[in-house]
Design a protein around this ligand. Structure first.
Ligand SMILES: Nc1nc2c(c(=O)[nH]1)N[C@H]1C(S)=C(S)[C@@H](COP(=O)(O)O)O[C@H]1N2
Ligand SMILES: [Mo]
Length: 207
């Protein structure tokens, strides 16, 4: 069974993480307004403690020239709903970390979206085989409300760990909390361990 011995199998054959319920379709869920996409101004940046000390940037065309892959995954919101069967297409997050290696002292990464939304992630969650910087969903470009032109997808973590409208990855050398992590949500957010709330965090956890 994927993800260990937790979770329940629904009548539809979907393996649900503990405490989640199945929803039909694909709800839109985020805090704040949907940003307007301005292609001429848009870039993706990798900043912070890079091994070479430099900031790296890609525009959408440069990003589209990188190797892409498809990942089919469910999307688990930490408030309970799970939507299923999402086919994401994009650049493996692991590839970005290979192109721009973090300095040895980097402990985690802040994934930043438009309007200052951020999610802190461990390096191991980003280098996980199924983590993706997605541009497409079920073969079509992402819609504005679902994160166009780019969103982070980390299938084994709750939805709040996957910023829509992704703009940068910042390599961090100290512990920092993202938007929902500062508002009572878990700093790791593993759905199969039901790491939903910050009060569940263990003091010796990593990061
Ligand atoms: N920029 C940004 N990304 C975000 C959020 C947000 O508020 N802002 N909410 C997250 C949460 S809590 C969830 S569950 C998913 C929902 O994605 P969906 O609207 O495509 O279903 O987006 C995530 N990405
Ligand atoms: Mo969510």
């Amino acid at each position: 069974m994927a993800g260990g011995d937790r979770g329940t199998r629904t009548e539809e054959g979907v393996l649900l993480p503990p405490g989640q319920h199945l929803v039909r379709g694909w709800p839109v869920s985020h805090y704040g307004p949907v940003p307007r996409f301005r292609p001429e101004r848009w870039d993706l940046r990798i900043t912070g403690a890079t091994a070479d000390g430099d900031e790296h940037r890609w525009n959408l065309e440069e990003l589209s020239l990188l190797p892409h892959t498809t990942v089919v995954a469910d999307l688990h919101c930490a408030t309970g709903p799970t939507s299923t069967g999402h086919e994401w297409f994009g650049v493996p997050a692991r590839l970005m970390l290979e192109l721009v290696p973090p300095a040895a002292r980097v402990t985690q990464v802040m994934a930043w979206a438009e309007y200052g939304y951020g999610a802190n992630l461990r390096l191991c969650d980003l280098t996980s085989r199924r983590s993706l910087l997605a541009t497409h969903h079920q073969g079509d470009p992402l819609t504005a409300e679902h994160g166009a032109p780019l969103r982070l997808v980390v299938p084994h973590l709750y939805g709040y760990k996957g910023p829509k409208w992704l703009r940068s990855l910042e390599y961090l050398t100290e512990d920092r909390r993202g938007f929902w992590e500062e508002r009572g949500y878990h700093r790791i957010g593993d759905v199969w361990r039901e790491q939903r709330y910050s009060h569940q965090e263990e003091p010796d956890g990593n990061p």
